[in-house]
Design a binder for this molecule. Structure first.
Ligand SMILES: [Zn+2]
Length: 394
């Protein structure tokens, strides 16, 4: 044990976090994490509903029947620990050194879950008759294929017209210190496989062949020069990247009949995906080229515009840390992409992400407690009733 105050280690958020780390919930296993969470929620008046799909454990829990609905979302699964010998201690045995707790999932995202549960308990104790409803949506497959997790639960909720208004995801959004970054959206991802058709021939008789490499080269240059957009207040400019180009028959004296290329757009809310597809097609059609494009949309962009949720989250962070968070759309994917399309305002606020998915993953103990305070404050600002939410701690 290091410099941390022993009393902090017995805090409910820390003992819950330690319990969760001990459970080897490598995707899609849940290893009993969700039972622990549901027991805690049931004890404070939540209706808990297990929603397993295939080998994935999920649950939806709700306290209250009216709107608005404030939902906390996240995942109990963790990525594999990698080489155990590289860890300073057993990744599934929580260990405290100095002011930090180590273990797989400590930052991504079992500390977020522990902070949520404790915040919900404290909020409900103080506000048993809160406005609207509180909810929790948890999956054990965020780090994997993510097909039978949040996506399926959202489909089930939508089918029965159960609406979420605001969602806070406990993913590790922070970069240098807790609360410096709150994620409010993400870019869309649109991929294509291109086939350029030509006529195979002898390299010495190009007039008798049609070389698809030669046809594609100027187009490729042009695609890189296009300014797709300048981004906007919340998104960086749309980016176009070629990830592969393949052509050739393996002989030095033969030009090929076909070229295949793959490319990807990470695009902002300035575009709809079919608009981008159309623009690319126009560029191709201006060239004398025989081609096919096969598109694949892996995620539409989403953005939670400034409003009650972002205001509440920013204020909760500022009260706790002294500075307002940067609202960002950077980073990779999260299950927010499955929740936002149902018309839900989604933000991600969680611990520092510097060690996630790495050897010796860890989280600052103080950050877990501060995060719980922030989550509780968000509930107060949104559901405690106008007077209480606005008058407290001013
Ligand atoms: Zn995560």
């Amino acid at each position: 044990m290091g410099t941390v105050d022993e009393s902090v280690l017995s805090h409910r958020a820390i003992t819950l976090l330690a319990d969760l780390i001990k459970r080897r919930s490598v995707t899609p296993k849940d290893a009993g994490c969700q039972d622990v969470l549901m027991q805690r929620l049931a004890a404070i008046g939540f209706e808990c509903e297990q929603m397993p799909f295939a080998d994935v454990s999920n649950f939806w829990a709700r306290r209250g029947t009216s709107g608005p609905v404030l939902c906390f979302a996240g995942h109990t699964d963790v990525v594999p620990p990698g080489a155990l010998d590289d860890w300073s201690s057993d990744p599934f045995e929580p260990v405290v050194r100095d002011d930090v707790i180590y273990g797989r999932g400590s930052a991504d995202m079992k500390s977020g879950l522990a902070a949520m549960i404790v915040a919900l308990e404290d909020f409900v104790a103080e506000n048993p008759d809160h406005d609207g409803s509180l909810a929790m949506l948890i999956t054990s497959d965020e780090e994997g294929r993510a097909r039978d997790g949040t996506l399926k639960v959202m489909e089930a909720l939508t089918r029965r017209n159960e609406q979420i208004d605001w969602c806070v995801i406990g993913e590790p959004s922070s970069e240098k210190q807790l609360g410096d970054i709150v994620r409010i959206g993400r870019r869309g991802s649109l991929s294509a496989v291109l086939t350029v058709n030509g006529i195979q021939g002898h390299v010495a008789y190009p007039q008798l062949a049609d070389n698809p490499i030669r046809r594609f080269a100027p187009l490729l240059a042009q695609l890189h020069e296009v300014e797709w957009d300048q981004g906007n207040e919340y998104f960086p400019p749309t980016s176009f990247q070629v990830v592969s180009v393949e052509a050739g028959v393996g002989a030095p004296n033969v030009t090929p009949a076909e070229l295949k290329a793959r490319f990807n757009f990470r695009y902002s809310t300035e575009w709809e995906h079919n608009g981008l597809e159309k623009k690319v097609q126009e560029i191709f059609d201006a060239h004398d080229i025989d081609y096919e494009l096969d598109w694949h949309l892996s995620g539409k962009p989403f953005l939670t515009k400034p409003g009650r949720l972002t205001d509440a989250v920013s204020r909760a962070v500022q009260e706790q840390t002294g500075s307002a968070p940067k609202l960002s759309t950077g980073g990779g994917t999260s299950d927010g992409r499955f929740i936002a399309p149902a018309g839900v305002d989604v933000v991600e606020l969680g611990p520092v992400n510097a060690s996630i998915h790495k050897i010796d993953e860890h989280v600052r103990i103080e950050d877990v407690l501060s995060l719980a305070t922030m989550y509780q404050r968000i509930m107060e600002l949104l559901l405690a009733g106008r007077e209480r939410g606005n008058s407290k701690r001013q």
